[in-house]
Design a protein around this ligand. Structure first.
Ligand code: ZN
Length: 661
């Protein structure tokens, strides 16, 4: 009779242990006859299980084999062996028509009767025996579960195969961070090889009289080492093909004490591929050394590859110059999903910068904290800008290294790229950064679209009005000197809004505000600078259109309505051209400002039938935010921008009317 795997990782590990002990190449070749041959009279398993340290962790100390209430150890062993023998004889011929709750087969064993029959000849207390945690781990404890879940207050139903196989579990598991661990995988071949390795080693240890569990003192290191050694073996046997997408689930559990529990973690496919490739490239020894030095409190390699996060030990610290460039690149590519392009760019930046530095200054930049300093980051940003003017670095390059953050408002980037640059500052002359996988994705994020739209619009308009040379000297050179900021960008918005759509206050906020409402311009202007440097050398940069434009004015509705009415009346009485000349141009030249708006809003001159919109106090409130901070500059910007947008809207209508008439 063929014995199939069940899908229950505990039972399946037991079955794999039996298959491994029978030296089967494929766990799927397991038959009932094989199980009988491996088990024999059961004396060996009983003897091993009574000594293996993990046995009571799996089956509690209440197990018939270890129960201290039965004084005679030989009697315990005899009883345990008799029940196992009884279970083996029932596989496939269970009498209860109840579904097995581990594998789902439609038969369950009558455990009470089975035990009574098996234990008949042994002088042991005659009592009904049920399936509890002492026979099948985590099978529910009457003590605690029943109180919360009355429906669970009965023993589980299990088939003989599941109940029998699980007693081979002690030979096939390891300890991982203090919990017992069994494995499950999308690839049966890979999983079986992993269990086989464990079984073989346990057997060797038993022969040497060692009964404690693997990994007891090593935390998660044991598992990483185990996987490395498995990949080494598979490679030696020329079977190193990990099936595509193979991932490994680790079921960590405890069955002892009052709080049995189980947690499942996945070692994702890229992490396995990383370990496998490390073995292929002969980097496994280096990894073992790295994890060998892990301290108790730091994030372990296992944690990092499981969560696909960067691993701190790869990086230089003190006298340690970090992992080898080959291992570093492999890790970045597979675990952190960084493109080869990002690594090459980081290496280029490090090399270019190092070229110009005296050894002493280079040492300073290599420090662990160096990139926390704004001045250091500025050095590199200047370098990037220089390179972009020589067309050696593009905005796309920059964003490969410092991806735009889509999870927060405004133009903000992930700063992890600095870590890469710092790493390569220690490996300037290494050329071993080529990796084979993952091309950089130059997808166009919504934020990148925004950035391009505004950069190109501003550049085109400026060049049209004043030419390229003036853009270079008045914009690029001034940005370099840090002379361009919010004021300049606001002015671009208010003047471009007269002619082009998209320059609303809502869009300004999308570009320039962070999650706390603060103004963030450094990153935005830096990225515009790189883009402009590249665009300036092109004859006609192609513009893009903006799909969804946020039109909000940022003003209280009453104020907006009031200003709209004011605009309508003004242009009705004096015409659009005069509005442009008398209001917009003068606002731009700062000949009029907040005082003019105050006058309009607090006086009734143009609308005598109504009261003024604001009293003096209300006007003061209008110029402060909810926390009382001054808002005057922002309000002026909002009102100016609203007028500029109203003007553009009216000009378009005006043109359409002229064209249709
Ligand atoms: Zn079953």
């Amino acid at each position: 009779m063929k014995i199939d795997l069940t899908g229950n990782p505990f039972v399946d590990t037991g079955l794999a242990v039996i298959a491994a002990r029978a030296h089967l190449e494929d766990v799927r070749d397991l038959t009932l006859d094989t199980i009988r041959t491996v088990h024999g009279d059961g004396i060996q398993l009983t003897s091993w299980n009574s000594s293996l340290k993990n046995f009571t962790m799996i089956f509690t100390s209440n197990s018939l084999l270890t129960n201290p209430a039965i004084k005679d150890k030989a009697k315990r062993a005899k009883s345990y062996r008799a029940v196992l023998g009884g279970l083996l004889s029932k596989i496939g011929i269970e009498e209860l028509s109840k579904r097995c709750e581990a594998c789902g087969t439609y038969r369950s064993v009558d455990f009470v009767t089975l035990c009574r029959t098996a234990l008949a000849g042994i002088e042991i207390k005659d009592q009904p025996r049920f399936i509890g945690r002492d026979w099948f781990p985590l099978s529910g404890s009457l003590g605690s579960d029943a109180q919360a879940l009355p429906a669970a207050s009965r023993p589980v139903n299990l088939c003989a195969k599941c109940l029998f196989a699980i007693h081979y579990l002690p030979l096939g598991l390891i300890l991982l961070d203090g919990r017992l661990a069994v494995f499950q995988s999308t690839s049966i071949e890979f999983w079986y090889e992993l269990v086989r390795d464990i079984v073989i080693e346990v057997e060797v240890r038993i022969t040497a009289g060692i009964y404690d569990t693997f990994g007891a003192k090593e935390g998660s290191k044991a598992l990483v080492k185990r996987l490395l050694s498995l990949f080494r073996r598979l490679q030696a046997e020329q079977r190193s093909n990990l099936q595509p997408g193979t991932a490994l689930q680790v079921w960590r559990f405890t069955n002892s004490g009052a709080s049995p529990e189980c947690a499942i973690e996945e070692i994702p496919n890229p992490a396995l591929v990383f370990l496998q490739k490390a073995v292929q490239h002969g980097l496994d020894q280096e990894i073992e050394t790295l994890i060998g030095n892990e301290g108790k409190k730091e994030r372990t390699l296992f944690r990092c590859i499981t969560e696909r996060k960067d691993y701190f030990r790869l990086y230089p610290k003190g006298k340690w110059t970090g992992a080898s460039p080959k291992l570093f690149a492999l890790y970045q590519a597979h675990v952190c999903e960084r493109s080869g392009r990002a690594l090459t760019l980081a290496h280029t930046l490090a090399k270019e910068r190092a070229k110009e530095l005296r050894p002493k200054d280079l040492e300073r930049l290599r420090r662990e904290e160096a990139f926390k300093e704004r001045s250091v980051r500025n050095q590199f940003q200047s370098l990037i800008a220089e390179l972009s003017q020589k067309r050696k670095f593009s905005l796309n390059d920059y964003l490969v290294l410092f991806p735009l953050r889509e999870d927060v408002p405004g133009i903000q980037v992930h700063g992890d790229g600095w870590r890469l640059v710092r790493y390569y500052l220690h490996h300037v002359d290494d050329s071993n950064i080529e990796i084979t996988c993952s091309a950089s994705s130059e997808g166009c994020s919504p934020k990148l679209v925004l950035l391009r739209f505004y950069s190109i619009r501003i550049l085109q308009h400026y060049v049209q009005e004043r030419g390229k040379e003036r853009f270079q000297s008045e914009v690029l050179n001034r940005i370099r000197r840090g002379e361009i900021g919010a004021l300049w960008l606001r002015r671009q918005f208010t003047s471009l809004a007269e002619t082009y759509p998209g320059f609303s206050y809502g869009m300004w906020e999308q570009l320039c505000r962070n999650e706390r409402g603060g103004l963030i311009l450094h990153e935005l202007l830096f990225q515009m600078r790189i883009l402009w440097s590249g665009l300036l050398t092109q004859a006609h940069p192609s513009g893009i259109t903006l799909q969804n434009c946020e039109r909000s004015s940022g003003l209280p509705t009453a104020v907006e309505t009031y200003l709209r009415e004011l605009f309508a009346r003004y242009t009705e009485q004096r015409g659009l051209k005069r509005f442009h000349r008398d209001v917009l141009v003068r606002l731009r030249r700062k000949e009029i400002g907040l005082g003019w708006f105050e006058h309009q809003i607090r006086n009734t001159g143009w609308k005598p039938s109504q009261l003024a919109l604001f009293s003096a106090d209300e006007w003061e409130n209008f110029l402060r935010d909810e926390n009382g901070r001054p808002l005057a500059e922002e309000r002026l910007f909002q009102m100016h921008l609203l007028f500029a947008n109203l003007y553009r809207g009216a000009t378009v209508d005006h043109k359409e009317q002229e064209e249709s008439s």
